[in-house]
Design a protein around this ligand. Sequence first.
Ligand code: 5GP
Length: 114
Amino acid sequence: MYDKDNVFYKILQGEIPSKKIYEDDNVLAFYDINPMYKVHALVISKKLCVDFDDFVLNATPTETSNFFQAVSKVAELLNIKQSGYRVLSNIGKNANQIVKHFHVHILGGEQLRD
Ligand code: 5GP
């Protein structure tokens, strides 16, 4: 069950500020507050889903496609396409998912650890 009491919902509502990179009808992308690498961005869905599985099961094919195309566009805006980057999504307890609103991390800007 999606719970609106999470920080990304508040960022979507404009109740908490974020350093915005990109926004369209489907996503909001902004810099992670605690970057793990030189480039660390988050892309969050505007559709209210708890995690990747919730999104994949409940988003329409168009919404799914729009989301991942936006992720690719954000990587382009961040200028990390040439050098390479990582897209990841933490799902649930064993992955240490902290914020229960579907998002992916975009990591890059330097050599990433395995
Ligand atoms: P995850 O849920 O995928 O484990 O991680 C959530 C990510 O959100 C963390 O990397 C954390 O630093 C980031 N984060 C948590 N709260 C905020 C916030 O208020 N603003 C921003 N920009 N990032 C946040």
